[in-house]
Design a protein around this ligand. Structure first.
Ligand SMILES: [Zn+2]
Length: 143
């Protein structure tokens, strides 16, 4: 066997390898990359989470009023900027509308949290049951 046929075999081997692995190489890459809009939406979710946490800290007395007002304003401004970019990257958006959109998003997030952790007690045995449950997990009494 001479050098030329070894090289030819090697080239063929690489070509086949590329052909076989091409779908994996090309398909994985676009999935990992988020579009600018997806990144903005994730950023928005994070900001709303931060806002909710901030309000929770304030409501529970962990956060002084002055610091709360300052941090909240910064977060709301940033959220408004992100929402603007998601909504219409080129247009100017009415600030009042953005504000109410933020308030609504926070309210929705809050509602979601409380609905999940809303516990009541079984009328028969007194065990804690989730308000979404139809029956008690301990005694099976209908809620
Ligand atoms: Zn029960």
């Amino acid at each position: 066997m001479d050098i030329a046929s070894i090289l030819l075999g090697l080239a063929l081997f690489i070509l086949v390898g590329l052909f076989v692995f091409k779908p994996f190489i090309t398909e994985v890459a676009p999935q990992k990359r988020l579009s600018a809009k997806q990144e903005l939406i994730i950023r928005k979710e994070m900001l709303i989470d931060d806002l909710r946490a901030l309000e929770f800290d304030h409501e529970t007395g962990k956060m002084p009023d002055a610091m709360f007002a300052f941090q909240r304003e910064a977060l709301v401004k940033e959220t408004a900027a992100v929402l603007k970019q998601i909504d219409s990257p080129d247009e100017q958006v009415d600030a009042g509308r953005v504000d109410s959109a933020i308030e609504a998003a926070i309210a929705r997030a809050k509602k979601g949290k409380t609905a999940v952790s809303n516990k009541t007690f079984c009328a028969k045995c007194g065990k804690k049951v989730d308000s979404n449950d139809k029956f008690c997990t301990k005694c099976g009494h209908r809620q």
